[in-house]
Write a protein that binds this ligand. Structure first.
Ligand code: FES
Ligand code: FES
Length: 152
């Protein structure tokens, strides 16, 4: 075990873990940030998506030892001072979530997409979001919410 010092949601956090412990478990079990979900554990479903230096990554397969001093952002770190981002608000306005399990990962992926492409086309949305699976099939409303946020 080692003590890792991480920058998570703008705060310096420490956690004791093995080198190969996935970031997902450090976030959930050590830092109590349980918004990020475990789905497949094999980089296949996107439920565990967080940002590392602004890029959407799969926390279930990223060893904590590879994070270093990069900035980690989880779903808990998007809203500032209780104010939802335009994308989060659009998600609520379109009532996107059904069971909600996949939704933190979907929002993190969509947030990274809009940072890179502020006005994505349907095809760009589908390509960017294709690795985030939703067993409730909320894909149409996800796309609508992304367009709504992009229009602001
Ligand atoms: S839990 Fe990480 S991609 Fe499925
Ligand atoms: S809202 Fe249920 S899995 Fe996506």
């Amino acid at each position: 075990m080692k003590t890792f010092t991480l920058n998570v949601n703008g705060q310096t956090r420490q956690a004791e873990a093995a080198d190969d412990t996935p970031l997902l478990w450090v976030l959930r079990d050590h830092l109590d940030l349980v918004g990020t979900k475990f789905g497949c554990g094999m980089a296949l479903c996107g439920a565990c998506t967080v940002h590392v230096d602004g890029q959407a990554v799969r926390a279930c397969v990223l060893p904590v030892s590879q994070v270093g001093d990069k900035k980690v952002t989880t779903i808990e770190g998007l809203a500032q001072d209780g104010k939802l981002t335009a994308l989060q608000k659009a998600w609520c306005d379109h009532d996107v979530a059904q069971c909600g399990y996949c939704q933190a990962g979907q929002i993190m992926c969509a947030t990274a997409l809009l940072a890179e492409k502020p006005k994505p086309t349907d095809a760009e949305i589908d390509a960017a979001m294709s690795g985030n699976l939703c067993r409730c099939a909320t894909y149409t409303r996800i796309r609508q919410a992304i367009h709504t946020a992009a229009a602001q």
